[in-house]
Design a protein around this ligand. Structure first.
Ligand code: NI
Ligand code: MN
Length: 225
């Protein structure tokens, strides 16, 4: 499994020969100006919630690639009404895709589209694929529900928001990593806007002091699991 950071909360995941894009917000992110969305491969686009900083490039990528948009029932319905392929899920539900098993899990946040359309309730994803398991938290507060994830899945990587203001901060993300029982963390949802700028070295040190490895990737770079 290969995971690429495209800035903000945008990810690329390659697993079992399939290409997955998560929450694409790339074309309007000045920090990601070296990423061309027209070159991104996508069999699936996963959407955690309907906020503009998570859906901006969904339609452009889906139109070009014919990718299946996977999200909660309301977001999937919103895109299927526009003629896109979608697969609806909802909290607690799993589906065996050709890339692995995907589960939609709770997030504490909000979820309306920029045009005011109802975006259902926000979530995160647990992906079990190719003997590696990953949790993508989405935009969320720290929540006790995270403890449920480790009761079903032994994670190899937890992808957690750490930028504060709209989501968890670093300290809460450290507790979240305890809740999901995973000491390998990829931080996301930081630095994009003034509200969520963080001190990278301080964040890495705080995780290190708890025996945990926080990775902060350059935009466009990848890790192999
Ligand atoms: Ni959001
Ligand atoms: Mn966000």
């Amino acid at each position: 499994m290969k995971i690429t950071f495209y800035g903000h909360a945008s990810l690329g995941i390659e697993v079992s020969g399939k290409h997955i894009i998560v929450d694409p917000y790339i074309s309007a992110n000045p920090k990601a100006s070296h990423i061309d969305i027209n070159t991104l491969k996508a069999d699936y686009i996963l959407v955690t919630h309907a906020h503009g900083d998570h859906i901006l490039d969904v339609e452009a990528i889906a139109k070009r690639t014919n990718a299946v948009i996977v999200s909660n029932a309301e977001i999937a319905g919103y895109y299927s009404q526009k003629g896109f392929q979608s697969h609806p899920v909802n909290h607690g539900g799993s589906w065996n895709f050709d890339f692995g098993k995907l589960k939609y899990v709770n997030a504490i946040h909000s979820s309306s589209f920029p045009d005011g359309s109802y975006g259902g309730n926000p979530g995160g994803f647990v992906i079990e694929g190719e003997h590696k398991n990953v949790y993508i938290a989405g935009d969320t507060a720290l929540t006790m529900d995270m403890k449920l994830i480790s009761m079903r899945t032994k994670l190899d990587l937890a992808i957690l928001p750490i930028g504060d203001n709209f989501t968890m901060d670093v300290e809460d993300a450290i507790i979240a990593s305890d809740f999901v029982d995973c000491d390998k963390i990829l931080g996301y949802h930081y630095d994009t806007f003034g509200y969520i700028e963080i001190d990278h070295e301080a964040a890495i040190r705080k995780f290190f002091d708890k025996g945990k490895d926080l990775m902060l990737l350059e935009i466009g770079s990848s890790i192999d699991l």
